[in-house]
Design a protein around this ligand. Structure first.
Ligand SMILES: Nc1ncnc2c1ncn2[C@@H]1O[C@H](COP(=O)(O)OP(=O)(O)O)[C@@H](O)[C@H]1O
Ligand SMILES: [Mg+2]
Length: 381
């Protein structure tokens, strides 16, 4: 199938060697470059001087809360929207003024936007060059149907397909003209949870196999963590952090990213000197305070899986007495939502099921927050 695709579509099958090589080149010269992109709608800043580099052959996700500008940024990338300021560069060429039709980018939206009166094969063939012979069109469509796992469905109309199948057709249709970039705007949002998970795996495998550069918008950070090589976390028209899923989860740049990507608990504290913070309880902790001056209000962050139920005293950290208010069975673990009654802080922690402990709501527990897993953030303004 890979060979058929390479022949029919001109995509390269990505071997480990070429991937590493591409990544090396990508570092030096990104395939897509957004520079200082700004956009206002009705005098309101929707994009605020955004810079973004997208390496060739990478899978980049744009995530962020609803209304933060993800779709607008994608539309600027493909030319459906013009930026007020800034430039879009693709493969070294400034395409800022180029119309969408000549940018050679494939688009897939949340609503599948298939032509309802056309069969699957004609939907896919729609974007193919008129100069291809019937045989060539047939071969391309068959190869694409194979790629998206829909061989045998070519004669169906969209209304004879499930949501997941329609979205696969939309992806095949976008890939048909061999775009240099595939842009996806919440392509999985309309699907149920199980199908979503299946299709996101397929999408990731497909992208790696074809080596096509993908930029995908999603509001679902878990989806982005699972699928992307790199994630741009947006807020209010601005990129707060760009990094690998590991970077974002383990080294969030600020409080917003920490709270948006995965679950993070926050505790108020104050810098009392170089390398020392104090909690409202008066307990002082040695922590890297960087260049924050004495007296700065900060927040300590810790992920639920890093909180232990063991007795305190295992090293520097914070011991908190919590009242359990909610128990949530997650399968591999039990999520406990507790309240620290002294400060009112809400703290979630994950208890592995094999711990064998049975805890009910309103039980009091001793939670231990090891200093090695604490993050320090400037407090929310
Ligand atoms: N064509 C438009 N006219 C006026 N406002 C718009 C238009 N498109 C988007 N907006 C506004 O711009 C902001 C960002 O929208 P959008 O990029 O769609 O956000 P997201 O995709 O992150 O949810 C929102 O406040 C939205 O209402
Ligand atoms: Mg959107």
């Amino acid at each position: 199938m890979d060979q058929a695709l390479c022949r029919c579509q001109g995509y390269r099958a990505v071997t480990l060697a070429t991937q590493i090589e591409t990544e090396g080149c990508a570092e030096a010269l990104p395939f897509l470059r957004l520079r200082g992109i700004a956009k206002k709608f009705d005098h309101v800043d929707v994009l605020r001087r955004i810079d973004l580099d997208v390496p060739r052959g990478s899978f980049t996700c744009l995530v962020g809360p609803s209304g933060c500008g993800k779709t607008t940024l994608l539309r600027v990338l493909c030319g459906l929207e013009s930026a007020d300021q800034g430039s879009v560069i693709c493969d070294g060429l400034d395409i800022t003024q180029q119309p969408a039709a000549s940018r050679h980018m494939g688009l897939v939206f949340q609503s599948y936007a298939l032509f309802p009166n056309l069969r699957v094969e004609d939907n896919i063939a729609y974007g193919l060059s008129r100069h291809l012979s019937r045989g060539e069109r047939r071969r391309k469509v068959d190869a694409l149907l194979d790629v998206v796992g829909l061989s045998g469905f070519s004669r169906r109309k969209p209304n004879e397909l499930s949501g997941g199948q329609q979205q696969r057709v939309a992806i095949a249709r976008a890939l048909a003209p061999e775009p240099s970039v595939l842009l996806l705007d919440e392509p999985l949002s309309a699907l149920d949870a199980q199908l979503r998970q299946q299709l996101r795996g397929e999408l990731q495998a497909l992208q790696k196999r074809l080596g096509v550069t993908v930029v995908m918008v999603t509001h679902d950070q878990a989806e982005a963590l699972a699928i992307a090589d790199r994630i741009a976390v947006m807020q209010s028209g601005w990129i707060e952090q760009l990094g690998t899923p590991f970077d974002l989860y383990c080294h969030p740049a600020n409080r917003f990213v920490a709270g948006f990507v995965g679950r993070m608990n926050f505790l108020p504290a104050m810098v009392v000197g170089v390398g020392a913070v104090v909690l409202p309880s008066g307990k002082s902790l040695p922590l890297d305070t960087a260049s924050l001056p004495k007296g700065t209000s900060v927040e300590l962050g810790i992920r639920p899986e890093n909180i232990a139920l063991a007795e305190p005293g295992a090293g520097p950290g914070i011991a908190l007495r919590l009242r359990v208010v909610v128990r949530e069975f997650l399968g591999a673990s039990m999520r406990l939502e507790g309240v620290h009654e002294e400060s009112g802080a809400e703290i979630a922690l994950d208890m592995p099921l094999h711990s064998g402990m049975v805890l009910h709501a309103h039980t009091h527990i001793e939670a231990f927050l090891p200093a090695t897993h604490l993050h320090l953030f400037a407090a929310k303004p």
